[in-house]
Design a protein around this ligand. Structure first.
Ligand SMILES: Nc1ncnc2c1ncn2[C@@H]1O[C@H](COP(=O)(O)OP(=O)(O)OP(=O)(O)O)[C@@H](O)[C@H]1O
Length: 609
């Protein structure tokens, strides 16, 4: 029996622990948000003080009305008139108080949320590539757009109400207790029930909203995949499948949102009814007291006015609680982003004179701890030389580049080290590190914008002359000039309006402009037709001159003239030498070379027949 109960107990314990974690995460996220609000505390203080003033003015008006009815009952005409004037004056003072309550909090909250957006974006820019690769950009977008929108709405619409309504309630409540404590307590008989219901529902709404927001993130992921991979989606007839999964997510999100609305729909009328109950109780019991001669009719009128004031916040507070719970879920999802650790920024990477540009010493690395991709790799790339990395797919060639650029750190307990210009790169400033490299990959990324802008990204503030010069060296100038808008031609999303060869030459021009001492080329010509390839090869030849270069290549014919070729096999460098030396070794390189040579000859023969 005890053994049977154990899993149940364990489940309860983990549920308790996860609840505690959620509460802690919410509290931390809220403190994080408040740190932004405190940067704009001037207007926030104006807003909060005005909220307090507005609440005090409301209570003051109630107290004047109570005096008014009492004096009217006594027949004190002149005093009554004075009180009526006083009521008007106090009401007029209340108008600016309410304006500054809304405006002060809105102004400070809007600025705070703007800072949050900026900081979240900056933080994303500093996240580790290794962590970013594990998340989908669509989900990230959803957090930045949908979740931050929810937080913004809460801050602007609801935050000030948290100062105004509770204070109004406490003030009115205390005053009513002072006036007629017995009548007040009878009136509020059913009130705790309303508060309990709204708190219970609030928690459900928080959970449902978080689930709906998570689903919206997934919908974004789906949408981005569909739009981003449209040619593949269409050619593999995937649009039906993708739209079905979008529909499922949409339905799930709609269900969650409907569940939120359903709860609100039945709880709000119930709460409104419970809200009116104090008035009904007060009128009934108050009439009885008048009948008993213990209360004047005027006193009851004043009591009802103040009770109504007291109920106004109680009508809003449950709604405020539910919206706060809704916002808490979104806040946790946004603050999750800034909780993720960023790349180190403290170290410096200052090139030492005559130091080797790239050096690996006993580097063992795996994306997962248990399966190494590189095994005890050591090498150094001499200054001004060109080294080609070749080998079978999956051997770890691109991983070498990712490590050199510091995208993935070596494990802490690793005995290996990577040095760039003599300095260990772990702990080095990532921007300083990457300033030493120009990277050109197989599918170079072009940003939405013009050709000039895309080349200009190579060097901040580059002049148009420098951009044109770089394009000329990259063999791109002549095709750019043939385009209707020349350098101002819009390249489309990811450079979709240009051909593969044109995109590569623009990427090459960008690399020229960067003018970094080391070139990392990851199969820059493998996706090109022979004509584009020869143009890109020509550009590469100029780019590589007097620079240290590492080039990854699949086709061995493209790297025969480099200074040295290194063959990678299952995470090791197994052969090193010039093209001739490697052929002489008659090893893996020679086998691959002759196979490629034979295949090319066969293809030529087929083409001739
Ligand atoms: N981000 C990643 N997370 C997990 N595993 C990865 C990641 N990137 C690469 N790998 C794995 O590491 C191994 C080496 O990949 P790498 O890209 O370095 O090989 P490669 O020699 O450049 O291959 P190719 O010539 O096909 O580009 C592969 O088994 C690959 O699946």
């Amino acid at each position: 029996m005890e053994a049977d109960q154990q899993p149940f107990v364990r489940e309860q314990v983990t549920e308790e622990a996860s609840k505690r974690q959620t509460v802690y995460a919410t509290w931390k996220a809220f403190r994080w948000l408040m740190s932004y609000v405190s940067r704009h505390k001037g207007w926030m203080i104006v807003g909060i003080l005005s909220a307090i003033a507005a609440a005090v003015i409301e209570i003051w008006t109630g107290s004047l009305i109570e005096q008014l009815t009492t004096q009217a009952e006594k027949g004190a005409g002149p005093i009554v008139l004075q009180i009526v004037y006083a009521v008007f004056v106090v009401i007029l003072i209340g108008v600016p108080a309410k304006f500054f309550m809304s405006f002060g909090v809105e102004r400070s909250s809007a600025s705070a949320v703007q800072d949050v957006r900026n900081d979240v974006m900056r933080h994303i820019g500093k996240l580790r590539v290794s962590d970013l690769e594990k998340q989908h950009s669509g989900d990230m977008l959803s957090r930045i757009n949908n979740d931050l929108q929810l937080i913004q709405q809460f801050m602007i619409r609801d935050f000030a109400q948290w100062f105004y309504h509770p204070l109004l309630f406490i003030g009115c409540f205390a005053y009513l207790i002072y006036l007629q404590w017995e009548l007040m307590l009878y009136s509020l008989l059913l009130f705790p029930v309303a508060l309990l219901i709204s708190q219970w529902i609030g928690k459900q709404l928080e959970r449902l909203t978080e689930e709906a927001q998570t689903n919206m993130g997934r919908m974004n992921v789906n949408l981005q995949d569909t739009l981003g991979g449209m040619p593949i989606v269409k050619s593999y007839l995937l649009s039906g499948m993708l739209s079905r999964s979008y529909q499922v997510l949409l339905q799930l999100t709609a269900q969650k949102k409907l569940a939120v609305k359903k709860r609100e729909a039945w709880v709000n009328p119930l709460l409104s009814t419970l809200m009116i109950s104090p008035i009904i109780f007060a009128v009934s019991y108050g009439s009885y007291l008048i009948y008993q001669g213990q209360l004047g009719a005027g006193e009851l009128v004043a009591f009802l006015y103040l009770l109504n004031l007291c109920l106004e916040p109680l009508e809003h507070i449950p709604e405020l609680i539910t919206r706060t719970f809704e916002m808490a879920g979104a806040l946790r999802r946004v603050s999750d982003i800034v909780e993720q650790s960023t790349e180190t920024e403290n170290g410096h990477l200052i090139p030492k004179a005559n130091a080797t540009p790239i050096e690996f010493k006993n580097v063992t690395f795996g994306y997962e701890d248990h399966s190494p991709i590189l095994r005890n790799v050591s090498f150094s790339v001499p200054e001004g030389k060109t080294i080609a990395l070749v080998g079978a797919s999956g051997g770890g060639k691109s991983t070498v580049f990712k490590l050199v650029c510091g995208f993935y750190p070596l494990p802490e307990k690793s005995e290996g080290e990577i040095r760039v210009f003599g300095t260990r790169i772990d702990g080095a400033d990532p921007e300083q590190l990457r300033s030493h490299f120009s990277v050109v990959t197989q599918d170079s990324y072009l940003f939405s914008g013009t050709i000039a802008e895309n080349i200009g990204y190579g060097q901040e503030g580059a002049s148009m002359d420098a951009i044109i010069e770089a394009a000329k060296v990259a063999q791109a100038h002549s095709f750019i000039m043939k385009l209707s808008d020349g350098y101002q031609t819009y390249v489309g999303e990811r450079g979709g309006f240009l051909s593969g060869g044109q995109r590569q030459r623009i990427a090459m021009a960008r690399a020229f402009l960067k003018d970094a001492p080391v070139l990392l080329l990851d199969e820059p010509t493998s996706a090109l037709d022979p004509e584009s390839e020869s143009a890109v090869q020509k550009a590469l030849g100029v780019l590589m001159k007097q620079r240290t270069t590492m080039v990854i290549a699949h086709r061995l014919s493209t790297v025969q003239s480099v200074d040295e070729i290194w063959v990678m096999e299952q995470g090791n460098i197994v052969e090193k030498g010039t093209h001739e030396q490697l052929l002489g070794m008659n090893g893996l390189y020679a086998q691959s070379y002759y196979q490629e040579f034979t295949e090319a000859a066969e293809r030529r023969e087929v083409a001739h027949t």
